[in-house]
Design a protein around this ligand. Structure first.
Ligand code: CA
Length: 227
């Protein structure tokens, strides 16, 4: 899952990026407001972590522009301690949650997970589909109660599919959220990756929709479409 970090304080940006990467996300850092606005509008992120005090264009203005353009990417704002009016403005402008600096990285990760699952319409972070249990907090996938050993790329792919379950996810979109945008992967690289995952999670979980992409369905929504 690609996450944009908009933060002009280099140390904070790097700390957050490292923590996100260790949690299986693909972080991208931008420090300039104008560029952040452009990227948020043109690229496909699962969430955006937005500092409010930025050079060129402040965070609230960026957020207002995104929302005015019907960009509904979840946004978690980070603000300086004490500026409660900024937080109110941020939420009124369409932020999904906020954190006050300095914050613990674990709290940022927990709030990010909450924002991601709320925007996907799910109340719980644990997802169980048939015999497979996905636990994003532990970055773990269990089959019949046994944790699987997954590579970083496998984890990124399966977590993206779980997060977008019941939706056919196009191949190019998965490639982008597994390998990042600066890649020259062929889609057959993805097919190999999906093949490896199927050996681990069972052949039924990830369904192929020919010419369209892949989907993980809840039991109730399963269709009789050919795999
Ligand atoms: Ca700042």
């Amino acid at each position: 899952m690609r996450i944009l970090i908009v933060e002009d304080e280099n140390k904070i940006a790097l700390d957050v990026a490292r923590a996100l990467e260790a949690s299986g996300y693909i972080p991208e850092i931008v420090s300039d407001g104008e560029e952040a606005w452009f990227l948020g509008d043109t690229e496909d992120y699962c969430a955006i972590i937005l500092d409010l005090g930025l050079p060129e264009l402040d965070g609230i203005s960026i957020l207002k522009r995104w929302r005015a353009a019907a960009n509904s990417t979840p946004v978690l704002i980070i603000t300086a301690r004490g500026s409660w009016s900024e937080r109110v403005d941020g939420i009124d402008a369409g932020a999904d949650d906020y954190l006050v600096k300095p914050f613990q990285i674990e709290e940022l990760l927990a709030r990010l997970r909450a924002v991601l699952r709320r925007t996907a319409g799910h109340a719980s972070s644990l997802i169980k589909i048939r015999d497979v249990l996905f636990d994003p907090r532990q970055m773990r996938l269990c089959v019949h109660g046994t944790p699987l050993s997954l590579s970083q790329l496998e984890y990124r792919a399966i977590s993206y599919l779980f997060h977008n379950r019941n939706r056919v996810v196009p191949r190019h979109e998965i490639v982008e959220h597994v390998y990042g945008i600066n890649n020259d992967r062929e889609t057959n690289t993805l097919e190999v990756l999906i093949g490896r995952l199927r050996k681990k999670v069972g052949v039924d979980l990830i369904e192929t929709r020919r010419g369209l992409g892949y989907i993980i369905c809840d039991e109730d929504d399963r269709t009789d479409n050919p795999k």
